[in-house]
Design a protein around this ligand. Structure first.
Ligand code: SF4
Length: 312
């Protein structure tokens, strides 16, 4: 079986929506994440998710131009998603952000916008701006887990209540939501992780999940913790096993657009125990799901019904 027959992939979703592949161009507002001044998240290494052209020296038009040209070196791309992926893309002066989002939306090759941010930086003013754009827009939230003890462990600086509030606000503004989730946070059990995807599945406006394994990048607080023997790097095989147990609980129409921390450059890792590459990992996941006769949604027949069983 192909992986696409077992899970709802980004490529399949784009093909269904546009009849062909659509490529994400990473963009930056140029504003540093405000949470970094408070210590930042223990896993965050900004260089791991930023292209070289996404700098303050480049205007948004120039970032779009360079980003699209880089993609076109590898394929015949015609349609793009303007992806404000860098830092916290709703932090900043609203009029300045509005001008940037409008510039991206005005590009005739851009079909959608995705704006990534933290739950505590979602507010009515920003949502009003996004709602007023001429192209569809999705807000991408760093949710990571529904368990406050895990959010504290990661030094996220916000609570699960902030996530719930942000998602509810998006519901009122009819803005769809994508979420980032980390699977394998130290201290979380498999049932904790399943509970997180069950909550996510119960939120109608959440249409996309990006999964991450907790990779230890150089220069992060997590790397210091690893040096002090306070944390270990989960082997990728164990992470794949976890994913195969979690995927059956996810609502079947949620796009799983990422399954592994992307763009891993082995030189950037403090602990290079992330053997192999994405193709190999995806194949291993496919085989694992196939062997267990699992697929997305098989264990979640009533996805909109969520009852919390953990104490948070
Ligand atoms: S909120 Fe995002 S950008 Fe800011 S420190 Fe955390 S992971 Fe990094």
């Amino acid at each position: 079986m192909r992986l696409e027959e077992l899970i709802f992939t980004y490529a399949e979703a784009m093909k269904a929506r546009y009849g062909r592949r659509v490529f994400r161009v990473g963009l930056s507002t140029g504003i540093e994440c405000p949470h970094r001044a408070k210590g930042g998240c223990i896993f965050c290494n900004p260089d791991s998710f930023r292209g070289n052209y996404q700098t303050q020296d480049n205007s948004l038009e120039k970032q779009l131009y360079i980003g699209k040209a880089i993609i076109r070196k590898h394929c015949d791309a015609e349609r793009f998603i303007a992806y404000f992926q860098d830092e916290t893309s709703t932090a900043g002066e609203p009029e300045m952000l509005k001008a940037l989002f409008k510039t991206a939306a005005a590009d005739p090759e851009v079909v959608e916008l995705v704006v990534s941010t933290r739950p505590d930086y979602v507010n009515e003013e920003i949502l009003t701006i996004l709602q007023g754009l001429v192209k569809p827009v999705r807000l991408e939230l760093g949710l990571q887990s529904i368990h406050d003890r895990s959010l504290n462990y990661l030094n996220r600086g916000h609570s699960f209540a902030d996530c719930e509030k942000a998602v509810k606000m998006c519901r009122r503004f009819s803005i769809s939501v994508g979420v980032h989730l980390i699977m394998g946070i130290p201290g979380e059990t498999l049932s904790d992780m399943i509970e997180t995807v069950q909550w996510v599945s119960a939120q109608k406006e959440i249409v996309e999940i990006k999964f991450h394994n907790l990779v230890i990048y150089k220069g992060t607080r997590l790397a210091e913790m690893w040096n002090n023997g306070e944390v270990t790097q989960m082997p990728v095989e164990e992470y794949i096993e976890l994913l195969s147990e979690i995927i059956p609980f996810i609502r079947k129409d949620i796009i799983l657009s990422r399954l592994f921390t992307s763009n891993i450059l082995h030189n950037d890792l403090a602990v290079d125990q992330v053997n192999g590459n994405k193709t190999k990992w995806l194949n291993a996941l496919r085989l694992r799901l196939e062997k267990k006769n699992y697929y997305q949604g098989i264990m979640n027949p009533s996805p909109y019904h969520f009852v919390r069983t953990s104490d948070g």
